[in-house]
Design a protein around this ligand. Structure first.
Ligand SMILES: [Zn+2]
Length: 190
């Protein structure tokens, strides 16, 4: 009863099961081991191929964000609300499309690690909100500040900051620092 035709082997042996789910899930160029003790998905008795329904996909997404240490959708909205921004305004400040922010908050798309760091920085680094808002640098014509040591690419972004002498150290410390270190999965055999 209720069995569907498997798209792989074409036999009518695919049914909804509640079972453990374990898979290496790719996101943003890395592989993360996602394990869920009980998940409802379709599985073919004949060839073992599986089909993940939307609700199960959502559960996998939640677990993937957890193991990859990425902000969940409600936290992204929380950060945006904290600064009183619309989705469009946040998107403009991050240099991305409004639809992308919308999908992050709906949970239909998972942000890349770089944007996740930027979102966390948005909340944690004083002055970043103003910087990303594109306020005109008032002191731009005053003698140029001592260049920040060229540590890495993120520094290139900071060099053009309106007042790098005050804000860059915070940002640099944050970027290399304690919060938001991604959890790297190692030895998740394939
Ligand atoms: Zn099959």
């Amino acid at each position: 009863m209720n069995e569907l035709t498997c798209i792989e082997c074409k036999t009518k042996t695919m049914s909804l099961v509640t079972d453990a789910y374990r898979a290496d899930v790719r996101h943003d160029g890395r592989s993360y081991l996602v394990e869920i003790p009980k998940l409802r998905y379709f599985r073919c008795k004949h060839c073992g191929s599986i089909v993940i329904p939307d609700e199960a996909d959502e559960v996998i997404g939640i677990e993937l964000r957890r193991v990859a240490n990425l902000l969940p959708p409600h936290r992204i909205k929380e950060i945006r609300d904290k600064f009183g921004l619309t989705q469009k305004e946040l998107a403009e400040r991050m240099g991305i499309g409004e639809a992308t922010v919308c999908r992050w908050e709906k949970g239909t798309q998972i942000q890349q690690r770089a944007f996740d760091k930027l979102l966390r920085a948005y909340e944690d680094v004083p002055g970043l909100h103003e910087y990303l808002g594109g306020e005109k640098p008032q002191a731009a014509l005053v003698s140029s500040p001592t260049p920040v040591a060229p540590l890495n690419v993120t520094v290139n972004m900071l060099v053009i900051y309106p007042s790098p002498s005050t804000v860059a150290p915070f940002t640099a410390a944050w970027l290399s620092g304690s919060s938001g270190t991604p959890l790297l999965m190692s030895g998740s055999g394939r």
